[in-house]
Ligand binder design. Structure first.
Ligand code: SF4
Length: 219
């Protein structure tokens, strides 16, 4: 990424941040109330192939403190990424680890890390896209929500949007681009985030290399 492109992306993020910081949560709460939402405690958002929770470094640290787990027990790289000319795999995100198809913190009694759960989980099924309210599929949509709860949700959404933009700004500032290359079993996994580059040996995340090689080679 050359300097001009970096500057352009940062300028865009700064204007998104200004909009997010001045977002009126009472308007947002009104929209949420119109759409309606009542959690049915079905756990669908925590289970299944499509369950994939993006987490920021500060959230990973919070969960690791809460559970006593290591960083890589809490989170790992997503399947999508790019390979460099030395055969290393690069990605810009962390995802909560899963047990089979489900989030590893899901249990029949609910979320095992409820107080430390990621921002994404606190606002599901809603999210903001440049301050515009969006929502994912959820059987709780259309349910009755009180004024107080819709305001709490609106404030969480605003906070999440601000955090997402600030994390993106730090990531872009620290990001060093690389020459693209072919998938290889001999490189490493490199996660770029707001704290910089994390270099992970494939042996630290058993099974992760084979899936990425197969996906990248279209098999
Ligand atoms: S962290 Fe908790 S709320 Fe979030 S997906 Fe996992 S079990 Fe569900």
């Amino acid at each position: 990424m050359d300097r001009a492109i970096k500057a352009e992306i940062l300028a865009d993020l700064e204007s998104q941040l200004e909009r997010a910081e001045s977002l009126a949560t009472d308007d947002l709460a009104r929209k949420i109330k119109e759409i309606g939402f009542r959690c049915e405690i079905c756990g669908d958002c925590c289970r299944g192939e499509d369950n994939s929770v993006a987490v920021f470094p500060f959230e990973i640290r919070g969960i690791a403190d809460e559970t006593g787990e290591s960083w890589l027990e809490v989170a790992g790289p997503p399947l999508d990424g790019e390979w460099d000319c030395e055969g290393s795999f690069h990605t810009l995100e962390w995802r909560l680890r899963k047990t089979g198809r489900d989030c590893r913190y899901f249990s029949d009694k609910g979320c095992k890390i409820y107080e430390a759960r990621p921002l994404l989980c606190t606002t599901y099924p809603f999210y903001l896209e440049d301050c515009r309210l969006r929502w994912s599929e959820c059987r709780g949509l259309g349910g009755e929500i009180g004024t107080g709860d819709s305001l709490i949700l609106a404030e969480l959404l605003k906070r999440r949007q601000i955090v997402e933009i600030r994390e993106a700004v730090k990531l872009v500032k620290r990001y060093d681009d690389f020459e693209r290359g072919e998938p290889s079993p001999y490189g490493r996994c490199i996660v770029h985030d707001s704290a910089g580059e994390h270099l992970i040996g494939w042996s630290e995340i058993p099974g992760a290399l084979g899936r990425r090689l197969r996906l990248s080679r279209g098999r």
